[in-house]
Design a binder for this molecule. Structure first.
Ligand code: NAD
Length: 357
C-alpha cells in the first residue's frame, strides 16, 4: 500500500483520499478503487476493464482518472466527489459474471463512499452483475421516465451547447454556416453531427471506419475526409470525438480551426499544449467541462432524479462553459487553466499544478 500510495506523489496529480486494492483469485478479479475526493459527495466514476501490464500501471491510471472525475463532477455542479475503479483484464480465461459480481462485493464493502458505472471495457450487463451485490452502481438499463441507459446523447447535447457558446465568443455568431470538422463518429460524434446539421452547420467528418463515415455523411449532408486529414481540415471548429491527446506540439501547428470543442477526454496531451492553442488565438473549450452530459445522466440515475431534471442540468453546460471563459478573461489564464483552478477551488484543493480529466 505504501509503495502504491507514493504513486500519488506523481507531479501530475494530487494525492487521493483512499486507495483500495482489490483481488479475488477465484474469479480473476484484480484491480484498484481510488477515491480521489468525497468532499462534495460519494466518489463517483466508472469502472475501467483493460489490459495493464501490472497492478502498478493500473493504479497509476486510476489515480489520474479519479482526479479527473473529481474535476468533472465538481464543474458539472454534481453533489459527487471523484473516484475510479481500474480492473486488469485477466490473461487467462475467466467467467465475466463471476468477476463483476466479485467487484460488486468490493464496491459494497465501501458502503457508498464509491459509486461505480460503465467505462472503457465494461457494459450495462456487467453493471447488472455488480448490482446483484450493491446499490452503489449506475449505468443500468433506463426505466420509463427515469435516467439510465446510454449516456452518449446527453454528452453530445452538452458538447453542442458548449460549441454554440464557444462560437458565439470567438466569432460573435451562431453555428449556422460555420464549418465544423468532427473526428470520430461513434456514440457521441454521430449524435453531435445530427445536432449540428439541424443547426445549419457545414460538416466535415472522419472515422477510422469508412462505412460509418459515409453513412453519417449521407444523413447529415457532410463531406468525408480521411482520419489523417481531419485535424488539418479547413474549418472554423474542430470537434475531437475519438481519442485523447490529439492536440500536442506537432498537431497544434496543423490546426486551422479557431475553436476546439469536442467530447474526447484528455484532448490536450499536456497543459503546455493548451497554452500553445491560446498563443495561436484558438479558443479551447475544456474537455471535462463540455463532455459532462453523460455523467449528469449517470448521476441522475444514481441520485433518483427525473429525466426532466437531467435535461435541465445538461442544458446548463453552455452557461458553465461561459463562466469558465469569463474566469479565464478575469484571471488572464487560458481556459484549460481557468477550469482547473475553478475545479480545485470547488474540491477544496490548493491552487497548483493539475491534470484534468
Ligand atoms: P466510440 O467508441 O463510440 O466512438 C469513437 C469513434 O472514434 C469510433 O467510431 C472510432 O472508429 C473512431 N476513431 C477512433 N480513432 C479515430 C481516429 N484516429 N480518427 C477518426 N476516428 C477515430 O466512443 P464515444 O462513446 O463516442 O466517445 C468518444 C469520446 O468521447 C471518447 O474519448 C470518450 O472517452 C469521450 N466521452 C464519451 C462520453 C459518452 O457519453 N460516451 C462521455 C464523456 C466523454
Amino acid at each position: 500500500m505504501s509503495e502504491l500510495t507514493s504513486l500519488a506523489a506523481h507531479p501530475a496529480g494530487s494525492p487521493p483520499k483512499a486507495v483500495h486494492m482489490i483481488s479475488d483469485p477465484e474469479s480473476g478479479l484484480e484491480g484498484v478503487i481510488v477515491l480521489h475526493s468525497t468532499r462534495r459527495g460519494p466518489a463517483a466514476g466508472g469502472c475501467r476493464f483493460w489490459h495493464y501490464p501490472d497492478i502498478r500501471a493500473a493504479t497509476r491510471d486510476a489515480f489520474r482518472l479519479a482526479e479527473g472525475m473529481a474535476y468533472k463532477n465538481a464543474m458539472a455542479d454534481l453533489p459527487l466527489g471523484g473516484g475510479k475503479a481500474v480492473l486488469r483484464l485477466p490473461s487467462k480465461p475467466f467467467d465475466r459474471s463471476r468477476l463483476f459480481e466479485a467487484f460488486g462485493r468490493e464496491v459494497a464493502r465501501l458502503g457508498g463512499s464509491y459509486v461505480t458505472a460503465e467505462d472503457v471495457g465494461t457494459s450495462v450487463a456487467d453493471m447488472e452483475d455488480v448490482r446483484s451485490h450493491t446499490d452503489h452502481v449506475a449505468g443500468l438499463s433506463a426505466r420509463s421516465g427515469r435516467p439510465g441507459g446510454d449516456p452518449s446523447p446527453w454528452t453530445a447535447l452538452g458538447v453542442f451547447l458548449s460549441m454554440e457558446e464557444a462560437v458565439r465568443r470567438k466569432f460573435g455568431s451562431d453555428l449556422r454556416g460555420m464549418t465544423v470538422a468532427v473526428q470520430g463518429l461513434g456514440h457521441v460524434g454521430s449524435h453531435l453531427c445530427r445536432l449540428l446539421d439541424r443547426a445549419g452547420a457545414r460538416l466535415v467528418v472522419a472515422d477510422m471506419r469508412r462505412d460509418v463515415a459515409e453513412a453519417v455523411a449521407q444523413e447529415c449532408h457532410a463531406s468525408v475526409v480521411s482520419p489523417d486529414a481531419v485535424l488539418g481540415a479547413d474549418c472554423d471548429v474542430f470537434a475531437p470525438c475519438a481519442l485523447g491527446a490529439v492536440i500536442d506540439a506537432q498537431s497544434v501547428v496543423r490546426l486551422r480551426a479557431r475553436v476546439v470543442c469536442g467530447a474526447a477526454n484528455n484532448v490536450l496531451a499536456t497543459d503546455a499544449d493548451g497554452d500553445r492553442l491560446a498563443e495561436r488565438g484558438v479558443l479551447y473549450a475544456p474537455d471535462y467541462v463540455v463532455n459532462s452530459g453523460g455523467i449528469v445522466n449517470v448521476a441522475g440515475e444514481y441520485l433518483g432524479w427525473t429525466q426532466v431534471e437531467v435535461e435541465r442540468r445538461v442544458k446548463e453546460t453552455g452557461q458553465r462553459l461561459s463562466a469558465v471563459f469569463d474566469l479565464a478573461d478575469e484571471r488572464k489564464l487560458p481556459p484549460h487553466r481557468a477550469a482547473d483552478a475553478r475545479a480545485r477551488e470547488l474540491i477544496g484543493l490548493p491552487p497548483g499544478r493539475v491534470k484534468a480529466a
